[in-house]
Write a protein that binds this ligand. Sequence first.
Ligand code: RNT
Ligand code: ZN
Length: 412
Amino acid sequence: MTNFEYAKARYAQAGVDAEAAIELCRRIPVSIHCWQGDDINGFESQGALTGGIQTTGNYPGKARNAAELMADFEKVLSLVPGTKRINLHAIYAISDTPVARDAIEPKHFDAWLEYAAAHNVKLDFNPTLFSHPMQADGLTLSHPNKEVRDFWIRHCRASRKIAAYIGEKQGSPCLCNLWIPDGLKTAPADRLTPRLRLKDSLDQIYADKYDSAYIVDAVESKVFGIGLESYTVGSSEFYLSYAATHGINALLDNGHYHPTEQVADKIPSLLAFFDKVALHVTKAVRWDSDHVVLFEDEVKDIAMEIIRNHAEDRVLIGLDYFDASINRVGAWAVGARNMQKALLNAALMPHDELKALQDAGNFSRLMAMQEEMKTLPFGDVWDEYLRREGVKGFDWFEEVEAYERDVTSKRV
Ligand code: RNT
Ligand code: ZN
């Protein structure tokens, strides 16, 4: 009997079909962010990252251009099981001549479409409203100056056009997620007017109508940004209200809430009202620090809410972390593998039985079963999932070390 056969029998005892769990995980798309590869630098310039987000660390070997980023991403894709997507930012436009943010066009992403097709993945997209002189004072779509707002409105409209183009070309809707840094460092004198300006900007951005088969729109809230600690224009209440009243979706980044708030619990709340819920899965250490996703309770709980509500087609899973202090390819793959682990862990639960215990008020047995599930041989099912996907198991990091030796360490 192999380890997997033994594990399968143990799970069957608990009423779980391990084969079905593997099959389910295999088809759930996880959108892997391109920006872990180059500390969100993008291809525009080598300017500083601004807008309340920060990468820390200076590990050698980061991707310096599109060819290097694509090569590194290819390595990552080979180390992660399941259905993958690639999440792009507008600053990853590919052009021979510099192109302004408000002048980007679909053609600047054709090379990414080709890359995606060659690697059998789909693309998602984000306008980039940070790391740019037009938001130097911390404001973009809510800026008091109409010229500034108009610049960013043009950028967002161009971005949605690109996302819809990508969605049409790839035959799968492209998630277009809007996050803005807008906020203030010190106590504001007016919390309403900037929000009304943001609302008006969004109305102009979403006035362009596209087929929902091509684009899914989402807005991402935040609690605070570094250097913008006292006020965030795009708060949770603001964007949830906007999304609910304008037929678009909310994106939940689990680094963007107060430390005791649970994004896992927000997912079913939104599923009661929205067709889709988008996620940025990250690990926040004390603040929105965007550490690499680990296989731990917060992420397990997020995956649990997706799987037990049969919401795998409605929750758009994306990753969002950027650690520059360790090998970037390794960091990328650790986080993406952990998201997969969390999904598999959630798929290996007897959800119907557990729900029935809850409804029957049998909380003693429910607690006992939930605890027993924690020590079943999950690792053996995980290894089997990797084996079937042709992805290396326990010693996979050797691949990263070899790639570092042969490729990234040569970048000076
Ligand atoms: C910032 C947001 C946002 C970015 C990326 C690069 O706080 O989380 O999603 O991290 O878009
Ligand atoms: Zn995010």
